[in-house]
Design a protein around this ligand. Structure first.
Ligand code: ATP
Length: 208
């Protein structure tokens, strides 16, 4: 049986926080591969075109032998749901034990996802602590336990694991905001991604 982690997100754009999380998961968990899955139509976000987000992911991950980018959501009509992504990917990767990588903020919303209770049991959750409300590792663990409790009130056991990772305040919104203000985004995103953003003028006021 192979062990694979899905890393889903908007990736608008991919940044070094995302890359560090995926690398940490490979280091700390016995998984062989991380599949990056950009969402086509994020339910509550306006984002750059799917093709641009996909291209930036490909540029940022191409040197890593254990990273794969999936366009499974490209032809998905309507809103994209995580459970459909897992079911679709499972068809191409039989005999796989699945993990799902999320930031703490995203994990907190899992009980409200479409068929979230079902999805919660279909994979093992790898949670990256995130500096949003100034959470410490102890507080992050507490939050994960609360999420587990909420889910288990209605379903079976949920498996989660907190990744040990240096907390990074980087976010895609910060990258977009800095770029729009004409500030440097160097060292927040890979160089190729920085050039891609500039070449396609993705996040200036004009492109809004
Ligand atoms: P935005 O700022 O536009 O909301 P984002 O930086 O959160 O974007 P997403 O593509 O929405 O990026 O995130 C994909 C996943 O990565 C989510 O589960 C999110 O919680 C997680 N994530 C992103 N950045 C970090 C970070 N710095 N630390 C921990 N988790 C993160």
């Amino acid at each position: 049986m192979q062990h694979i982690a899905i890393f889903g997100g908007t990736f608008d754009p991919i940044h070094y926080g995302h890359l560090l999380i995926a690398e940490t998961a490979l280091e700390q968990i016995p998984i062989e591969k991380v599949i990056w899955v950009p969402s086509r139509n994020p339910p509550h976000k306006k984002a750059a075109a799917f093709e641009h987000r996909l291209s930036m992911l490909q540029l940022a991950t191409r040197d890593h032998p254990a990273f794969t980018v999936s366009s499974v959501e490209m032809n998905h009509a309507g809103t994209s749901y995580a459970i459909d992504t897992l079911i679709n990917l499972s068809a191409g990767y039989p005999n796989t034990y699945w993990y799902w990588i999320v930031g703490l903020d995203t994990f907190q919303t899992l009980p409200r996802w479409y068929r979230g209770h079902e999805l919660a049991q279909m994979c093992n959750w790898l949670v990256a602590p995130r500096l949003l409300g100034g959470e410490t590792i102890a507080q992050s663990e507490l939050i994960c336990k609360q999420v587990k409790q909420q889910l288990e009130n209605q379903s079976d056991a949920i498996h989660w694991h907190l990744l040990h990772i240096p907390l990074m305040g980087v976010s895609s919104s910060l990258v977009r905001k800095l770029y729009r203000a004409g500030k440097s985004i160097r060292y927040l995103v890979p160089e190729d991604v920085k050039h891609y953003i500039a070449d396609h003028d993705l996040y200036s006021d004009k492109s809004e």
